[in-house]
Design a protein. Structure first.
Length: 79
C-alpha cells in the first residue's frame, strides 16, 4: 500500500502523519508512507483542505485529523 500525507508542515499535518503511522502499525498493514509538502503536487490531488490522506493514489480524507481508530479502520479496508 502506498500512503501519502499531504500538508505544508503545520501541526495538523504532523498530527495526521503520526496518527497514520500509528494506525498502520495497529492495523498491521504494510505500507510505504510519504510526506508531500510541495504545493504543486498537493494541488494535483484536487484537495480543498489540508491535511489530506492519499491511499494508493486516491484521496481518502481531507481537511481534518481523524482518530487513530478511524484511520486504522480506513487503512484496513483499503488493504
Amino acid at each position: 500500500m502506498d500512503v501519502k500525507i499531504l500538508g505544508t508542515g503545520c501541526a495538523n499535518c504532523r498530527a495526521l502523519e503520526e496518527a497514520t503511522r500509528e494506525a498502520l502499525t495497529e492495523a498491521d498493514v504494510d505500507a510505504t508512507v510519504q510526506k508531500v509538502e510541495e504545493m504543486e503536487e498537493i494541488v494535483d490531488y484536487g484537495v480543498l483542505g489540508l491535511p489530506a490522506l492519499v491511499v494508493d493514489g486516491e484521496v481518502a480524507l481531507a481537511g481534518r485529523v481523524p482518530s487513530r481508530a478511524e484511520l486504522a479502520d480506513l487503512l484496513r479496508r483499503a488493504d
